[in-house]
Write a protein that binds this ligand. Structure first.
Ligand code: KG4
Ligand code: ZN
Length: 358
């Protein structure tokens, strides 16, 4: 079985071809960073237009890289939400057009489910349901118990900013540019995390919710308290290191609570997966690795390329849906409406897609 996956929900236009053995036959990602850089964040209108200009050629490139034609596909999957709606519409309409022209089944994939199942694409034998998932991206920050395909229980979410959003806003404030996550991580390598005293929001409280907007504000106050004049490189490095360490310690505290809840419910299951763009951060991976060790869990972190937005995770989520529900059960109608909000856990209120808007 071979599936084409299309991803257009934020600022990456992506198309990939994946088979049911988890072989990635093609994986093309076109970043829009240069278009958004002058604005210091994602501008939804620019994103939608850029997706529209490139998605056709990207799909062709993916099929070419995989050395196949539309005839060789079994289904076409696209992110159906949540995300910046203009972009989601472009991907969904492209997939529907392919489905209509070829007769292939169309599958609308929840972007968060794409991130959630990406670990099973790379670690097929090691990631069985149920597992605990920390999903940290530019638009989302959640702890979920993943019980099966389409079966999620949300244990916690952010009450304000997503963690990637906090990284991006902190970077912008410190003049580092966009996107901020990788730049903050790089600057933090030379920084002293102890120099500034920054809060660990929510630490020690029961439950698994997050809050990052106070941390971001504390970084701003610390920067403003420095002698007037442009920030020095050493100051920026120390602020980045302090911010990253505070964020990591907060994640560890919240995830420990989630591990306790998950273990009480699922006894023997011992897998913690991290996914989403922020999961690319080496310092966070290291701290979460230690947390997993202490609790007797294995930490599964997909490779960086699969952490940030890509089409392979969307194709794979489509394949997982087909395997779990059969082709008819997995197929969506061509009247599917793109969804700006789409919670994984239907019992949890839909969080708005925070995104990183300029
Ligand atoms: O999953 P993703 O590609 O898009 C969304 O669905 O949001 O995540 C993008 C986010 C951005 O906020 C970016 O700054 C952050 O992931 N990010 C990182 C790193 N690489 C990307 N944050 C921290 N450290 C990184 N190395
Ligand atoms: Zn994402």
């Amino acid at each position: 079985m071979i599936v084409l996956g299309i991803e257009t929900s934020c600022d990456e236009t992506a198309a990939a071809v994946v088979d049911d053995n988890g072989r990635v036959l093609a994986d093309v990602v076109l970043s829009q960073i240069e278009e958004h850089r002058p604005f210091g964040g994602v501008v939804p209108e620019i994103a939608a237009r850029a997706h529209m200009e490139t998605i056709d050629s990207l799909v062709h490139q993916a099929l070419g890289d995989a050395n196949i034609g539309f005839d060789d596909l079994d289904a076409v999957a696209a992110t159906g939400g949540p995300g910046l709606i203009g972009g989601v519409i472009v991907g969904v309409m492209t997939a529907k057009a392919v489905a209509l022209a070829t007769g292939l089944p169309f599958i609308a994939v929840n972007h968060l489910e794409g991130h959630a199942l990406s670990a099973r694409l790379v670690e097929k034998d090691r990631v069985d349901f149920p597992y605990l998932l920390l999903l940290v991206s530019g638009g989302h920050c959640q702890l979920l118990s993943v019980e099966g395909v389409g079966r999620f229980r949300r244990l916690g979410t952010t009450i304000d900013d997503a963690l990637g959003e906090a990284f991006d806003k902190t970077a912008k404030m410190l003049g580092l540019g966009y996107p901020g996550g990788p730049l903050v991580e790089k600057a933090a390598l030379n920084g002293d995390a102890e120099r500034f005293s920054l809060p660990r929001p929510m630490k020690g409280r029961p439950g698994c919710d997050f809050s990052f907007s106070g941390l971001k504000t504390a970084v701003r106050h610390a920067a403003e308290a420095l002698p007037a004049g442009p920030l020095q490189g050493g100051d920026v490095a120390d602020l980045c290191a302090g911010f990253q360490t505070a964020a990591a310690e907060t994640l560890v505290d919240r995830t420990q609570n989630a591990i306790d809840i998950f273990t009480a419910e699922h006894g023997q299951a011992r897998t913690l997966v991290i996914a989403g763009g922020v999961a690319a951060n080496g310092a966070l991976r290291e701290k979460l690795g230690r947390l997993a060790d202490v609790n007797g869990f294995q930490l599964i972190a997909p490779p960086q390329r699969l952490c940030t937005d890509n089409g392979a995770m969307i194709a794979w989520a489509g394949i997982e849906r087909i395997k779990a529900l059969g082709m008819d059960g997995a197929t969506d109608g061509l009247d599917f409406k793109p969804r700006p909000r789409w919670p994984l856990d239907p019992d949890a209120t839909a969080a708005p897609f925070a995104g990183v808007k300029a």
